[in-house]
Design a protein around this ligand. Structure first.
Ligand code: AMP
Length: 286
């Protein structure tokens, strides 16, 4: 595996691969790899000839007072893990390489960035879209793989690609969980032992909602109330940011479950802001 930190170098490698007719994939990440990241890399490896993984803790997607500085980093461990997945190139640009000192351009997907995480993180998705479009332009992949854990991010990036005629296929990959159900996240290392134990119930709450729907409940207010009560009892250390039942692609809140419905949750547990989601009805095929 090669490690490249300079944009012009990665462009040269990509150009050569293109000329050789290779299928190129990209997995954008912020590093501190876990099985969730590795599953995206394995998908990319299986479906392309040249696998690029970017590792960049993107400052523009963190708001003031968020955990940009504290975000966990371990480049040596990440290099080893990426190598084990047979990644071809780990792209590790510095902040100055990615953002000129006089950077002025930002990409924003309207409306979709107002729901769910957008309410408490108003500039987050603009930072995500800007860096992802830059990575797409630099790496020119045939496809890029994103986790369904960040469901809103996936939907927003798909919309950006559609609206701006970006020639990259965006692939969503299922959520990878710990044995007790907690969605894997680099931020899980922030959790104390007790917080970690309670955090597993975030997923249990989503499963409870799914069970209620399977039993015939269609009123989202009743489902949300049951899950909120469950969270209050089972995760006393958690502070709920939102618990919503939305249309999976439009992200608008639903009053009744008729067709497709996705439950999404964000909760602050200690220092970690944790998100998760589960399809309550329908399919996630976009
Ligand atoms: P991050 O490094 O947290 O920005 O995540 C990089 C990519 O990995 C994103 O597309 C995430 O959605 C994806 N990802 C993170 N955690 C998981 C998980 N538990 N399962 C599947 N994908 C994940």
């Amino acid at each position: 595996m090669e490690q490249i930190s300079v944009i012009s170098q990665i462009q040269a490698r990509v150009q050569k691969a293109r000329q050789e007719g290779k299928v190129i994939s990209l997995v954008p990440t912020m590093g501190y790899f876990h099985e969730g990241h590795l599953s995206l890399m394995r998908y990319a490896r299986k479906h392309s000839d040249l696998v690029l993984v970017s590792l960049f803790v993107n400052p523009t997607q963190f708001g003031p007072g968020e955990d940009f500085e504290a975000y966990p980093r371990d480049l040596e461990r990440d290099k080893k893990l990426a190598q084990e997945q047979d990644v071809d190139i780990l792209f590790t640009p510095g902040k100055e390489e990615m953002y000129l000192l006089n950077h002025l351009t930002y990409v924003r997907v309207d409306k979709l960035d107002k729901f769910l995480c957008g309410r408490s993180r108003p500039t987050h998705f603009q930072g995500v879209c800007t860096v992802v479009l830059k990575l797409f332009n630099i790496c020119q992949p045939d496809f890029a793989v994103f986790g369904q854990k960040d469901w809103q991010q996936l939907i927003i990036i798909k919309k950006m690609v559609e609206d701006l005629n970006v020639g990259v296929k965006v692939v969503g990959h299922p959520i990878v969980r710990e044995p007790d159900g907690l969605a894997m996240s680099s931020r899980n290392v922030y959790l104390s032992k007790e917080e970690r134990k309670q955090a597993a119930n975030i997923y249990q709450g989503l499963l409870l909602a799914k069970k209620l729907v399977e039993q015939g409940e269609v009123e989202t207010s009743r489902i949300k109330e049951r899950v909120q009560n469950f969270y209050q009892e089972q995760i006393p250390l958690g502070k709920l940011d939102y618990l919503e039942i939305v249309h999976p692609f439009e992200l608008t809140s639903l009053e009744r479950i008729e067709d497709k419905a996705l439950m999404a949750v964000a909760m602050q547990v200690g220092k970690a802001r944790l998100i998760d989601n589960l399809l309550l009805r329908g399919s996630l095929d976009v």
